[in-house]
Write a protein that binds this ligand. Sequence first.
Ligand code: PMP
Length: 362
Amino acid sequence: MRVINFNPGPAGLPLPALERARDELIDFQGSGMSVMEHSHRGKEYEAVHDETISLLTELLGIPDTHQVLFLTGGASQQFAQVPMNFLHPGTSADYLMTGVWSEKAYDEARIVGQARIAATTVGPDKRYVRVPGQGELQLDPRAAYVHLTSNNTLYGTQWHTWPEVGSVPLIADMSSDFMWKPTDVSRFAFLYAGAQKNLGPSGVLIAVARKDFIAQGRRDIPKIFRYSLHAENNSLYNTPPTLAIYLCRNVLAWMKEQGGLAGMEARNRQKGELLYRSLDANAGFYRAPVERESRSFMNVVFHLPTPELDATFVAEAKKAGMVGLKGHRISGGIRASLYNAVSVDDVRALVSFLEEFARKKG
Ligand code: PMP
């Protein structure tokens, strides 16, 4: 029996993608071994690798100017690797601060070189309940790049309009909303996302890089950290996380069957609207702190009247077959993560549970 999984990441994966992995696990395509037992230089794995890249290219409409990279070390490693590659000596980078993950990215950049905060929406209580508007950005036109976090997993805020940054390269950590809807990747010089929320298991990070931008990356850093090296070797310079990439392939094939990113967006909008509508209708009991225009469709954060009721809510939801709802220890409350694999029916189940809970305890 599978539960309804609202985990923030690693998160639920679509059942057909898991079933396909189960069916192929012991004997991958008649080769007498699983995909993870194959050489990463063999034709069986190579076909999986290339198919994953072509599915990403097709679903995202990645133009020829850009290239897919499979990397390891998670988004946390990119917080360091981005400035190592792009923060050339004597330059400075702009960071847009919208939550804990952008703070971590900024902190790493400051170890490597010069970085400045070009906007922050941190409140007096150190929390974030919105993303900044264009008028709040104090951009340096000479910055090496502008870095933003597209979706703030912990506080449940999301950018719904990309900022205008002129000719400065835009870099985004899209870990928690990558491929939730069609995205114009040509706007970004470099974007990256850990797979473990919308796309697959942990262990692989997917980047989409503008080729001329990474080609100009710093050469005075160890080779293994240079994006250009991974690009030149089609992400096969060293052994990639083959099983994780294979599982992403299965999830991407499922996404394609569901109508691609337009299909994902329709589902995701319906899910978010169902849940926010119900929270707003029960606003006397549930409090959703994020400002309306910045609400995330991926992570819906809300609070009950007391922390004790938050805990009871999580415990009773678990008895009803719904897991992963406990808010992050920093933000508290409840967080329902509605990544691509969560269905509209899963959200309907949560909505009836929370409405019933408010009737009983409100
Ligand atoms: N950025 C964002 C937006 C995230 O949500 C997370 C993980 N929750 C990270 C970065 C860090 O990812 P990892 O643990 O894979 O390094």
